[in-house]
Design a protein around this ligand. Structure first.
Ligand code: DXP
Length: 262
């Protein structure tokens, strides 16, 4: 079970709700994914006239925990105001905190992130920060009161998977008791499985499902990969080795005899 801020979830997949071809495809994809948490961009969606009230009604109908996010915020002040608005709109103190440093890379602004996280945690928000693999930022976010960290796999929407695998491994090893969720840049179910095999607690993704040829099938594929990766982690994988190691022992007497006479 995945436990975040004292709430338990069966699914370890968190799904974004942006960029689907239609509301119905979004609904079907969420259902196929089994995700119990869906993230919604307050600034982006409310800015889009076409979504209107229908979008919010659909989100409510999905019956999932809504994790509002501060996508599109650039300074420490913007996400604070957005989170406060989200708390009123959705009646939740959960917030996926995004503070973007650069529009080309969509890399998190770690300084603004730590500052905004400090303010929001002090105001009673359950903050899930979108961060990098940076260790000192992780330490400061935890010190600020974040109980969950969401390091990026690679830049948002890039589909490159785990760009800095060894840094993600170090982060996992260094914070064994903090729920860690890989967020962003996941392109294929195998990327998500890789993160789960490394011991990550969950995966948050959006583009790879929303923009897939068949988003519903892809959502199901990701759900299976995340489950498979977690099972492999829990089962304990064997270590890779440089040399071959026969899987079938040759020593001893064969337990059957070939009868050459017949
Ligand atoms: C929806 C959301 O929160 C994104 O900002 C998130 O980081 C997912 O990234 P991908 O679209 O790369 O999966």
């Amino acid at each position: 079970m995945l436990e975040l801020y004292g709430t338990r979830f069966t699914s370890r997949m968190l799904l974004g709700t942006a960029g689907y071809a239609s509301p119905d495809i979004l609904r079907q994809a969420v259902e196929a994914s089994g995700a119990e948490i869906v993230t919604v961009s307050l600034r982006r969606e409310s800015a889009r006239a076409r979504t209107g009230q229908g979008f919010w009604a659909l989100i409510e109908q999905l019956g999932r925990r809504v994790l509002p996010n501060t996508a599109g915020c650039h300074t420490a002040k913007e996400p604070i105001a957005t989170a406060q608005m989200a708390r009123e709109l959705f009646g939740t103190n959960w917030i996926k905190l995004e503070v973007i440093a650069n529009d080309d890379t969509l890399q998190p602004d770690l300084f603004g992130l730590v500052e905004a996280a400090g303010v929001l945690c002090a105001e009673g928000f359950a903050v899930l920060p979108y961060t990098t693999e940076d260790m000192s930022a992780a330490e400061r976010l935890i010190a600020a009161g974040c109980e969950v960290l969401m390091p990026w796999g690679s830049p948002i929407g890039s589909a490159r998977g785990l760009a800095n695998r060894s840094a993600l491994q170090t982060l996992r090893a260094y914070f064994p008791d903090t729920p860690l969720i890989v967020d962003a840049g996941i392109g294929a179910p195998s990327h998500a499985a890789e993160a789960m095999e490394m011991g990550y607690d969950g995966v948050l993704l959006n583009t790879a499902v929303a923009k897939a040829g068949d988003p519903v099938k892809m959502a199901e594929g990701f759900a299976s990969a995340i489950k498979a990766g977690r099972l492999a982690y829990e089962a304990g994988m064997i270590e890779p080795r440089d040399m071959a190691s026969p899987s079938t022992p040759l020593a001893g007497t064969p337990f059957f005899k070939i009868d050459h006479a017949s």
